[in-house]
Design a binder for this molecule. Structure first.
Ligand code: UDP
Length: 573
């Protein structure tokens, strides 16, 4: 592999958390060695189906797929394949039953998953409301929020064995009697810090918001209405909290369940931590992302998508991800069994914003939205075809005959596509993350020895050099402003293309999310960024638009609204 392709940042991340080390912390593996360990392990899974397969040749193919940075599997696969732990999935959902045994079994199972580098989602909606009776003790129940704190404390203690921060999603249905406490539970930014929280919204609730009527709160045990609230007031409360610090997000439960292809196995109550993967209790899913920058080819006038290369890459990636299901060492037997029954995989993309920059198309344009539909539509169709082709050789996923897909083409995987955040994968791939716009075109990064380093988006670097405008002074200005919108020396038509998150209106963020969602089986990880001065009403409008446009959920973030935000324009440590 051409190691020079791997950026310094990528190497730092890989050395810190992915490459093998001995007991004293010395590296025992190179980047190439890591990709070889992964490709050998994943290719070996083919032998289960066909003992004539040349697994060495297949390993070479997978190795190239990754070292070309065309496709990368989710972090746990890179970290754990071919190692003792062997846990390869990023996403899990666990049930939380309404009993002491059920709750603490789930705490334990989550700890095992976190230790292996996976993230967990839970719905707390089955837990009886605070103040209700506990028959065996004669006491009163403390409710879902107090138990979320137990999960949070356990996550804090495990911290995923030092390689990955414990990540959880906590969901509560909008009609749970404790919903108001839930909406408020992260308001001070100090508690439940290892959770993202989302309110599970129903269509009945959205109709009540529209008609400005009340809706019922339902006792999870008796299923009886035990009170009612004004839908509009509760909706505004969710909006108010999200405006204040980005939480809670919302997920549209009925939509998730309309796309539940194995409804005989139960209802979808939660997603994984970043929202892109709805799963049934005890299901896990392994993700992987195609780097769209690598799917472009040079033409006489610029770049264009190479759909033939994209098609080949999709087919190899689906094969890879299907093999991961067999190569995986699951943290619990029940998870192994449930996952193998539906064989869900989540193929997505990264580098979308960088690809648009290279094509000269502004992210916030109709042209970009149309191209998103074309590219993701192509990936989804090719992905499904690849899964069907595997089904012909290896059989359908075991639940296929009872699934909603049973009358269509045979499928190896119950779901094929998901758009992940690619937080670390995009650093390794050296591209913009997932389908997000570029957050800022330049950062000042403080290196440990006290020196400062300016990091600039690679596509902008190329453009500025081409225009003869590349200078330390200009880069420092861009780093302090984040955007290039006000740099008059850069031609207007370039500034129109190189837009960053904050130059893009929330409505355009949502239109892009919706475009990808229309061609994705699972969901799309996306944060809708708002400027600091955005009003609550603008957030409300964005939520309603996301609902109207068919998104499966929304996460918003208003700049500066959390004291410690991960990315600060102007400075990154
Ligand atoms: N995830 C996690 N801990 C982390 C980051 C991610 O458990 O610190 C899980 C979580 O379920 C998330 C999924 O991995 O939704 C995918 O995240 P991302 O695409 O950012 O992961 P990457 O593969 O790039 O590391």
């Amino acid at each position: 592999m051409a190691i020079s392709e791997i950026s310094k940042n990528a190497l730092t991340v890989l050395e810190k958390r992915y490459l093998g080390k001995d007991g004293e912390g010395n590296l025992t593996e190179t980047v190439e060695g890591m990709f070889r360990r992964v490709s050998d392990t994943i290719a070996a899974a083919d032998a289960k189906y066909d003992n004539t397969t040349d697994t060495k040749a297949l390993s070479d193919q997978f190795f190239e797929l990754m070292t070309d940075l065309r496709f990368l599997p989710n972090s746990p696969t890179l970290m754990n394949a071919g190692r003792v732990l062997g846990q390869l999935s990023a996403c899990f959902v666990l049930p939380v039953e309404d009993s002491m045994e059920g709750i603490f079994d789930s705490v334990k199972n989550a700890a095992l998953i976190h230790k292996s580098g996976g993230g967990t989602g839970f719905s707390f909606s089955r837990l009886r409301q605070s103040g209700s009776a506990v028959r065996s003790t004669g006491g009163v129940a403390s409710g879902p929020i107090s138990f979320m704190k137990v999960f949070n404390a356990a996550t804090e203690a495990v911290k995923q064995g030092g390689t990955r921060r414990g990540a959880n999603m906590g969901v509560l249905r909008i009609d749970h009697p404790d919903i108001l406490d839930f909406i408020n539970c992260k308001a001070d930014n100090k508690e439940i810090t290892n959770f993202n929280i989302s309110v599970g919204i129903t269509e009945a609730f959205m109709e009540a918001v529209e008609s400005q009527s009340d809706y019922d709160l339902i006792d999870p045990k008796t299923k009886q209405a035990v009170g009612h609230l004004s839908a509009e007031k509760v909706f505004d409360l969710v909006v108010d909290h999200a405006w204040k610090n980005g939480e809670p997000g919302i997920i549209f439960l009925d939509r998730l369940n309309r796309d539940n292809v194995t409804p005989t196995q139960g209802e979808i109550e939660s997603t994984n931590p970043c929202g892109e993967q709805p799963l049934l209790p005890y299901e896990s899913c392994n993700l992987g992302s195609i780097n769209l920058v690598k799917m472009l080819r040079k033409t006489l006038t610029g770049y264009e998508f190479d759909f033939r290369l994209l098609g080949e890459t999709v087919e190899q990636a689906v094969h890879f991800l299907d093999n991961v299901i067999d190569a995986n060492n699951y943290p619990l037997d029940k998870i192994a069994e449930t996952t193998r029954a539906s064989r869900k995989i989540g193929l997505g993309v990264m580098g979308w914003a960088d690809a648009l920059l290279m094509l000269g198309i502004p992210y916030n344009s109709d042209e970009a939205v149309e191209l998103a539909e074309r590219v993701m539509g192509y990936i989804n169709t090719a992905g499904h075809a690849a899964s069907s082709k595997l089904a012909a050789k290896r059989g359908t996923f075991p639940l296929f005959s009872v699934s909603t897909l049973k009358d269509g083409a045979a499928m190896r995987n119950a779901t094929v596509t998901t758009i992940a955040p690619t937080g670390t994968l995009s650093i390794i791939g050296g591209c913009s993350s997932g389908v997000e716009p570029v957050f800022a075109y330049a950062f000042i990064r403080n290196i440990m020895d006290g020196t400062e380093m300016i990091e600039v988006n690679p596509v902008l670097t190329e453009k500025l050099k081409e225009l003869g405008l590349y200078s330390d002074r200009l880069l420092r200005r861009i780093a302090s402003e984040g955007t290039i919108a006000h740099c008059e020396e850069i031609p207007q038509e370039v500034r129109d293309v190189f837009v960053c998150s904050h130059d893009i209106k929330p409505i355009d963020h949502i239109k892009m999310q919706a475009a990808f969602q229309r061609h994705t089986d699972n969901a799309v990880s996306k944060t809708v960024n708002f400027p600091k001065e955005a009003t609550r009403n603008e957030v409300r409008e964005a939520y309603l638009l996301a609902y109207k446009e068919g998104c499966k959920g929304v996460t918003i973030y208003r700049d500066g609204s959390r004291e410690e935000q991960v990315l600060n324009i102007g400075k990154v440590n």
